[in-house]
Design a protein around this ligand. Structure first.
Ligand code: AMP
Length: 601
């Protein structure tokens, strides 16, 4: 008997699962499917992460429960990102492939809304949506939720992290009271408990705990190196393993872009993925990554949400995530579908405590590995560089310069020329700072000055071009509210959903507090120091779109304390808090024995 039949799934669905190669239910499927298929519709909480098979855990029951004679939306699945939404919809379409009358649609921001409005006119029984776009469609009366019986909040913690709290509330208010809610989340912060309390009744709960979550196929490892040596160290790993294919996670968009640019300049096949890229650019990057024309993606946590790529050999962590839970999310990108993978963390000697905390939290042991020795990689680097040079296409414009260059180098023999060429590349070929030394940081080594200090006068405000504002509007707004003359604002960088700017140092103290309680069209305005810019990736709902171009001080109001949630909006604003940690790196206790060990990572 097929193990899925025991869970109550129909032969029709089992047939699909057989085609998909699903042989055994995962723990969350085993527990959730019978509950969700039960005769009495029930609210449900699944504490589980991506990679546990949670999509099938709710998707298979939905496919069974939908009434295909009814053309209207009966199941609404909300997802934090377009990528996750699309991936979920794709799985649902495959689960429903035996039922021609069951239609799944996916709507998300950043895409043409007219096409989505049109798609909503056909029969759609399961709708997957990102909250902002869904609200937009609701306001345009393009979707009707009257027949919704099942609401799924997928990656609920992530949706809240991305600022969708109000949108979710509003959407839920517009769904029928008798609907049931199934909530999936990797973590259960207070805000999620609030949603549970407000919208759910006696939910059944399934918790896929750390042990079950831990993927045995992933080896967890770390290297200890100075922050300034993290990239040179990463290069060595890339050099010794040309077959490495993976994702390097970074904390901020700026860091992500910088690292991708630097490595790209050195000839590595890498690209950045972060929230500052347009959806089109992101799609193009993902396409290149999936088709393997690129070796490594350099990504922020937020941007990498929901991307579905198999066969990654490595997940690398340039910095540990602020929220340690995200580590499992990150590392789960490797070691998929029975393959083995390596999750490698770059830490400096002060971050040992954080790593030990992580070990306890997720129940895995990290093994210390050494940064490959320069001798091991020089030949490979040389090879890479030579290949790159040989493969460089000859630009037809070079011809004109050639004559001049010939004359210049006339006196040099080919060998002399090659020697000079090599010398000019020496930095690249032998490593950072002109030396090819040991990049491992050992106990007792100095570890000061790891992080570049954030610019103390750079700020961020959560309004941008998508609010219909231009640079001048924002300048006037900032000046009006803060009372600081416009001439003291410089370097204004207007983005889609936020704006960065510098404030003259003399006006910095207490600057951001002047925006406390300011609202624009009922939305709390946040001004924060730009100490970690991942926050600006947080998209918002479509609410503020209707606002006119210039507000000149008119459209905003000073309300109560409505900025409360915005101020504490998540991990991205927290700074490393372990500066007081021991100077002994983690693993120092077994220093001598672990040090000599050579292992290929
Ligand atoms: P999810 O956690 O829903 O993102 O699923 C992760 C991946 O595992 C997806 O590619 C699914 O197609 C796959 N998957 C889910 N359940 C099973 C199963 N029981 N057997 C094999 N693959 C599965």
């Amino acid at each position: 008997m097929n193990p899925f039949s025991k869970l109550g799934l129909s032969p029709q669905v089992i047939e699909v699962l057989e085609k998909l190669g699903f042989e055994q239910p995962t723990p969350i499927q085993e527990q959730a499917i019978p509950m969700l298929l039960g005769n009495n519709p029930t609210d449900f909480i699944g504490l589980a992460q991506t990679g546990t098979g949670k999509t099938a855990a709710f998707g298979l029951p939905l496919v069974e429960l939908i009434d295909t004679d009814n053309r209207n939306i009966q199941a609404l699945i909300m997802a934090p990102t377009r990528e996750l939404g699309q991936q979920t919809a794709k799985q649902l379409v495959s689960f429903a492939s035996n039922d021609r009358k069951l239609n799944v649609e996916c709507v998300y921001g950043g895409a043409n809304i007219s096409a989505q409005i049109k798609a909503m006119k056909g029969p759609v029984q399961i709708l997957v949506a990102t909250p902002g776009r869904l609200l937009d469609l609701m306001k345009r009366k393009a979707v009707r939720l009257d027949d919704v019986r099942y609401v799924v909040l997928d990656e609920a913690d992530e949706m809240l992290n991305m600022g969708f709290k109000e949108d979710i509330d509003e959407i839920l208010e517009h769904t029928p009271e008798q609907r049931v809610t199934w909530l999936f989340s990797a973590t259960m912060p207070k805000e999620i408990r609030r949603i549970v309390k407000k919208y759910m009744e006696a939910p059944l709960e399934v918790h896929i705990n750390a042990e079950q979550k831990t993927n045995e196929n992933i080896s967890h490892a770390y290297v200890v190196t100075k922050a300034s040596n993290k990239i040179p160290a990463l290069r060595r790993f890339l050099d010794v393993q040309p077959d490495m294919r993976g994702i390097l996670f970074c904390r901020t968009r700026r860091e992500t872009q910088q690292i991708a640019d630097d490595l790209g300049d050195m000839g590595y096949s890498v690209e950045a993925l972060h929230g500052e890229l347009s959806q089109g650019q992101r799609d193009a990057v993902m396409k290149r990554f999936k088709t393997r024309s690129m070796q490594m993606l350099i990504a922020t946590d937020v941007a990498a949400r929901g991307i579905d790529v198999n066969d990654l050999t490595h997940v690398l962590h340039h910095t540990l995530p602020d929220q340690l839970e995200s580590y499992t999310h990150r590392s789960g990108r490797t070691g998929r579908a029975g393959k083995t993978g390596i999750s490698l963390v770059f830490i400096n000697s002060r971050e040992g405590r954080k790593l030990s905390e992580l070990e306890k939290k997720i129940g895995v042991t990290f093994e210390r590995v050494e940064v490959p020795n320069i001798d091991e990689i020089q030949d490979m680097r040389m090879e890479r560089w030579a290949q790159q040079l040989i493969k460089t296409p000859i630009d037809e414009r070079s011809g004109g310069i050639m004559e001049i260059v010939k004359e210049k180098f006339e006196a040099l023999s080919k060998e002399d020329l090659m020697l000079r060429l090599i010398s000019s590349q020496l930095e690249q070929l032998i490593g950072s700072g002109g030396h090819g030394g040991d990049l491992n940081e050992h106990p007792g080594a100095s570890s000061r000055g790891e992080r570049k200090a954030a610019k103390p006068n750079r700020f961020f405000i959560n309004v941008g071009s998508m609010d219909g504002l231009d640079r001048n509007d924002i300048l006037y707004f900032l000046s009006d509210i803060s009372g600081v003359n416009r001439k003291y604002f410089t370097d204004l960088s207007l983005q889609k959903n936020c704006t960065f700017f510098d404030v003259d140092m003399g006006h910095v103290p207490g600057f951001e507090t002047r925006f406390d309680g300011i609202e624009v069209d009922g939305r709390a305005i946040r001004v924060n120091k730009d100490d970690d810019d991942t926050r600006s990736e947080k998209p918002r709902g479509a609410y503020s779109k209707g606002r006119g171009g210039s507000n000149g001080g008119g459209g905003y109001s000073k309300g109560g304390s409505s900025h409360g949630d915005g101020r504490s909006s998540g991990p991205s604003q927290r700074r490393n808090s372990d500066s007081g940690a021991s100077n002994r790196p983690r693993g120092a206790k077994d220093g001598a024995s672990s040090r000599g060990k050579k292992k290929s990572y």
